[in-house]
Write a protein that binds this ligand. Structure first.
Ligand code: OGA
Ligand code: MN
Length: 214
């Protein structure tokens, strides 16, 4: 019988690395993880997006903008496959999802992601991406589109230990670095950026009867 679908190739070995780190630690930070051409395409797409495509994201709950602004300051623009860069990004993340499902039996069924623009001084206070037991966001993914980011530029992602709250890692938002972690487990925050900071944040979900709730 003909194969229904080519299996995810993982030529660079990056999908396997992610799978192993997730099993071992529940999170991973991988520099230069994304295919370079795709990252460059995404970088030029975000640079071309008109300002009106970006909007303030809520933190959930009740749409209280003032409250939201004290928690997060970034502006976001959802990624779809209408552009070449968007389509290759969604294809790559889909292959990653298939790989992780096959390798770790995660049962992930969908992925959504947005560009995020942090201006000077913008931050995202410590938070979890999913509430325990909500069967909602399962795996969080973040990647960065900033060339030559330096420690003095701020804007680091800090990931905390689920139980002890100790700082596990501090990530410079450097071009092509990929961060993946279990959404319900790891509190994390974005320190104030000292200059424009561009990123993509995304979430793999498992199928849930309450889908549609964000
Ligand atoms: C998020 C988030 C981290 C980052 O958007 O939920 O935690 O480093 N982003 O941009
Ligand atoms: Mn987050």
């Amino acid at each position: 019988m003909a194969e229904i679908q080519a299996t995810e190739p993982d030529e660079s070995g990056i999908f396997e690395k992610i799978a192993q780190e997730l099993v071992e630690h529940g999170y991973c930070v991988l520099p230069h993880a994304l295919p370079k051409d795709m990252t460059l395409q995404l970088q030029s797409l975000i640079a071309q997006l008109p300002e009106e495509n970006f909007h303030k994201a809520g933190v959930g709950r009740n749409g209280d903008l003032k409250n939201d602004m004290s928690i997060r300051r970034d502006q976001i623009s959802w990624i779809n496959n209408e552009t070449e860069a968007g389509a290759s990004w969604l294809d790559w993340t889909n292959q990653l999802m298939a790989y992780l499902n096959r390798r770790l039996f995660l049962g992930l069924s969908s992925f959504e992601s947005h560009f995020a623009h942090y201006g000077k001084g913008d931050f995202y206070k410590k938070h979890l991406d999913a509430f325990k037991g909500s069967a909602n966001r399962t795996l969080s993914l973040v990647t960065y589109l900033n060339k030559d980011w330096q420690p003095i530029d701020g804007g680091e992602l800090i990931i905390y230990h689920p139980e002890t709250d100790k700082q596990l890692t501090k990530v410079l938002p450097e071009f092509g670095t990929l961060v993946i972690f279990l959404s319900e487990e790891f509190p994390h925050e974005v320190l104030p950026a000292k200059k424009e900071r561009l990123s993509i944040a995304g979430w793999f979900r498992i199928n849930s009867s309450q889908s549609g709730y964000v």
